[in-house]
Design a binder for this molecule. Structure first.
Ligand code: CA
Length: 114
């Protein structure tokens, strides 16, 4: 019988940057990712905190829970992203001020591309 060794690096949940702690630098990277901005050096697995295979608001909620020392509440759903006002299933003219900043930014970015 032979033996082998393998090295394995584990990150704390929410430690996107891999510096060993969860802080505002991780939140900044998550916001950039959710807003479609470049996040060089980081891959999907760094942001996909719930292991759903995608990056969405569920992952940001988990990051916020970690940052606030709250118990992690795993979502039962997928990474549901709220629809943009005026988008499919939404009434035109729906106010955007009630949206979270990342969603508002995403909707604004989408509207400017259309
Ligand atoms: Ca996810």
């Amino acid at each position: 019988m032979g033996t082998t060794t393998a090295s394995l690096t584990l990150r704390k949940l929410g430690d996107i940057t891999g510096d060993g702690s969860v802080g505002l630098d991780d939140k900044l990277q998550m916001n950039k990712r959710l807003n479609g901005l470049p996040t060089p050096g980081y891959e999907l697995r760094h942001f996909d905190l719930n292991g759903s295979g995608t990056v969405g608001l569920d992952d940001k909620v988990i990051l916020n829970q970690v940052l606030n020392n709250l118990p992690i509440r795993w979502s039962q759903g997928t990474d549901a992203v709220p629809a943009c006002p005026g988008g499919p299933g939404q009434r035109p003219g729906t106010p955007t001020h009630s949206l979270s900043l990342p969603v508002r930014a995403r909707c604004t970015a989408r509207a400017s591309r259309e």
